[in-house]
Ligand binder design. Structure first.
Ligand code: AR6
Length: 176
């Protein structure tokens, strides 16, 4: 599913493994310690090779809602943007998820990326509800693309299952 946004920009929803995508940047669903665990992070660590964790170790710790950039090792993307989403139940989750999304887009723009792919941040190990994630992340991306001067022209959401893709499709239909 694809939706055009003001200025010839696009939001695209697809299903699959985010490490297979060749957008300029892919977003990792990271933790504050930037230690690549399971889920998206585990797939990035396995396919991307050790350089990504090594770069993360040099950066150290970041807060929930922040995002930092590393290279992408052996992946097809040029950059991995490590965005820390909230753990469900920790408080202020909606704002933190919005910040993680917004800051990822800012980092992508700073690197001159034309395209970026997000996973459904916080909806795996961190337990955040998927429909609420879809609504927050999609609204944040739309607002960013409509209001910010940025190199980013294409924002892809890569959902792991068909069921998750349907949840994001429904949310996007409500928003645009
Ligand atoms: N491609 C696309 N989506 C995926 C993939 C993949 N290869 N693998 C899982 N998902 P998660 P979180 C989906 O757990 O909840 C890690 O240990 C998954 O089905 O990756 O933010 C980190 O190191 C879910 O919908 O991220 C952190 O400590 C979504 O991606 C912590 O988990 C996010 O699931 C982050 O937890």
């Amino acid at each position: 599913m694809e939706r055009m946004v003001k200025g010839g920009k696009k939001i695209i929803l697809t299903q699959g493994d985010i490490t297979e995508l060749s957008t300029d940047a892919i977003v990792n669903a990271a933790n504050e310690d930037l230690i690549l665990g399971s889920g998206v992070a585990g797939a990035i660590r396995k396919k991307g090779g050790p350089s990504i964790q090594e770069e993360c170790n040099r950066i150290g710790r970041i807060n929930v809602g922040e995002a930092v950039v590393t290279g992408a090792g052996n992946l097809k993307a040029k950059y991995v943007i490590h965005a820390v989403g909230p753990r469900y139940g920790e408080g202020n989750e909606d704002e933190k998820l919005r910040n993680a999304t917004w800051n990822s887009l800012l980092r992508a723009g700073e690197k001159g990326c034309l395209s970026i792919t997000f996973p459904a941040i916080s909806t795996g190990v961190f337990g955040f509800p998927k429909d609420r994630c879809a609504s927050i992340m999609l609204k944040t991306v739309l607002e960013f693309l409509e209001t910010q001067e940025t190199t980013v022209k294409e924002v892809v959401f890569c959902l792991y299952s068909q069921e998750d893709l349907e949840i994001f499709k429904k949310a996007l239909e409500v928003i645009i």
